[in-house]
Design a protein. Sequence first.
Length: 150
Amino acid sequence: MKTSASIALIATVLAFTTPASAQFAKPDDAVKYRKNALFVMQQNFGRVAAMASGKAPFDAKVAAESAAVADYVGKLPWAAFGEGTDKGETRAKAEIWKESAKFKEYADKMQAEMSKLAAAAKTGNLDSIKTAVNATGGTCKTCHDAYRKE
């Protein structure tokens, strides 16, 4: 069931491979897009993190699939932080638009670590996955601390 949901999500995402900014008729559409992409990324990363911490049974196949989805979807939300998307129902701090270069740097670091996690998960080696989860989670926390309202 989870695999088919992931496949459906990826198919939907692939249908929208045109530049993200062209997809958004309104700023609110961009906010919804990025929130959904971040949610899917978090759910898949969280599944791997739970296995790495021993809170869920380790399943190498599920870990690899979840990490791959998180890696792919983790590339999507950033284009949806465009002009005018700082309003509405969002936890994004105004600093994102004031410090866009630093925000992009944080996003790039997270994407790099997420790709390393996906590579580690493909090996099926739990120790490698634990190391990659910690590094990836650290980049998420750094960005959340600076740019996300609680």
